[in-house]
Design a binder for this molecule. Structure first.
Ligand code: UGA
Length: 427
């Protein structure tokens, strides 16, 4: 079993650290945030991720998982240094590498000879080789081992992955990193660092494009009188297409798809390739978000007095199963609504405080409170609990019984039977 330092205790770092510890490795997770480390030591997990709290607690009691402030303390004796640091986008779509550069600067002189640095975060293609230059240690190799963790399912994705990708310059190093996962039964793709980095971007960009495509077909369905649910079922059964990532929605979002697809466009630009297809998919996603807002606005009774209109939004997080609001499609749609001066009340089972960037959004304590006096009830995140609401009660507290279901979560017939006008996506 290996001694592993995980630098960064965010979504990726905590999941990676706890899962590697559960595989039997001796893991130390480091972060610069002292408060976060204190909380983790006290058993408090700063994020909502199913199964993570139990995994951390078991690994801590087994003495396999430790928390420290600062990368140096974790890395001084480790054989592997997993970098799980933020990679925020800059305004031009390129990736801000400051956290990586700072961490490398901090550990470069103290890490043991022949140890291995593993990039888990999503970095632009070519980063491993740039960091290698910055490190200027010939005995330490930088490996790209991208994460494919979907929020809300991260622990499952780590322990039961579809594949593990390890990119390194030497086969020996790649094999050492792959061996850390020997208890996991899955295909391992051993490659060079640039190919591993590109694999990660390609996976996210491909899925994002698939979703844009589905949302375009959904828009077409509405115009030709077809039903997207049947169309996606019909194509998804073809194994060459596959049935996942075919669910239409208000537009895609989250902390990864928007950032990684823009970063891939920028990487292409840097090397003189015009990735028009991907650029268009990103632009069209924005159009779908606007289109969702327009669908909602169109249901307001008085088109000339938006100020008097009230919209109830169910779901604020970027998808169900997470508390993450970063690049949430729901918030983007609400932004368009607020810009039209309508009143918006939102409810989400994982959001309890005002949303910083949307001060005018009222946060309701439940779905019924959000719906009180509303002209339209818009479902923007697919939380399962919204299917169990008492829709008779919702209808009675609304000013007019209209539902815009941007996730096709509810059944049209049930809603119409309850007296609602029901508008889905692609129906
Ligand atoms: C995504 C990838 O799925 C992970 O494999 C990857 O590791 C991760 O990014 C990352 O790069 O770290 P995540 O951001 O958690 O994971 O989100 P997804 O579950 O993929 O959803 C992304 C967006 O697509 C959400 O807005 C979601 O609502 C939307 N979506 C997804 C749909 O609209 N329809 C679908 O059928 C699936």
């Amino acid at each position: 079993m290996a001694d592993i330092a995980v630098i960064g205790a965010g979504y990726v770092g905590l999941t990676t650290g706890a899962c590697l510890a559960s595989l039997g490795h001796n893991v130390t997770i480091a972060d610069i945030d002292e408060k976060k480390i204190q909380d983790l030591e006290a058993g408090k997990i700063p994020i909502f991720e199913p199964g993570l709290e139990e995994l951390v607690s078991t690994a801590v009691s087994d003495n396999n998982l430790h928390f420290v402030v600062g990368a140096r303390s974790a890395s001084a004796t480790a054989q592997f240094h997993f970098l799980c640091l933020p990679t925020p986008p800059k305004s031009d779509g390129t990736t801000d590498m400051q956290y990586f550069h700072a961490a490398i600067e901090e550990i470069r002189e103290i890490i043991p000879p022949e140890s291995i640095i593993v990039n888990k975060s999503t970095l632009p293609v070519g980063s491993a080789s740039n960091i290698q230059n910055l490190l200027s240690r010939k005995d330490v190799e930088i490996v790209s081992n991208p994460e494919f963790l979907s929020e809300g399912n991260a622990v499952q994705d780590f322990l039961n992955p579809a594949r593990i990708v390890v990119g390194a310059e030497s086969d020996e190093t790649a094999t050492k990193v792959a061996a850390l996962y020997s208890k996991i039964d899955t295909p391992i793709v051993l490659t060079d660092a640039a190919s591993a980095e590109l694999t990660k971007h390609t996976a996210n960009a491909f899925l994002a494009m698939k979703l844009t495509f589905v949302n375009e077909i959904a828009a077409l369905c509405e115009l030709v009188g077809a039903n997207i649910t049947d169309v996606t079922k019909g194509i998804g059964l073809d194994p060459r297409i596959g049935s996942s990532y075919l669910q239409p929605g208000p537009g895609w979002g989250g902390s990864c798809f928007p950032k990684d697809s823009s970063s891939l466009v920028q990487t292409a630009k840097r090397v003189g390739f015009d990735f028009e297809l991907l650029e268009k998919a990103i632009d069209r996603n924005q159009i779908h978000l606007e289109r969702t807002a327009k669908k909602i606005m169109d249901e307001l009774p008085d088109k000339n007095a938006h100020k008097d209109g009230k919209i109830a939004v169910l779901g604020l997080t970027f998808k169900a199963g997470t508390d993450d609001l970063r690049s949430s499609p729901s918030l983007a749609v609400i932004g368009y609504l607020l810009a039209e001066d309508v009143q918006v009340a939102g409810y989400d089972p994982m959001v309890f405080e005002a949303v910083e960037e949307l001060e005018e959004l009222d946060i309701a304590s439940d779905s019924y409170q959000a719906a009180l006096g509303a002209d339209v009830l818009a479902i923007l995140t697919e939380w399962e609990e919204f299917t169990d609401l008492d829709f008779g009660k919702i209808r009675d507290v609304m000013r007019q019984p209209v539902i815009v279901d941007a996730r096709n979560l509810l059944r049209r017939r049930d809603m119409e039977d309850q007296g609602f006008r029901y508008i889905g996506i692609g129906q």
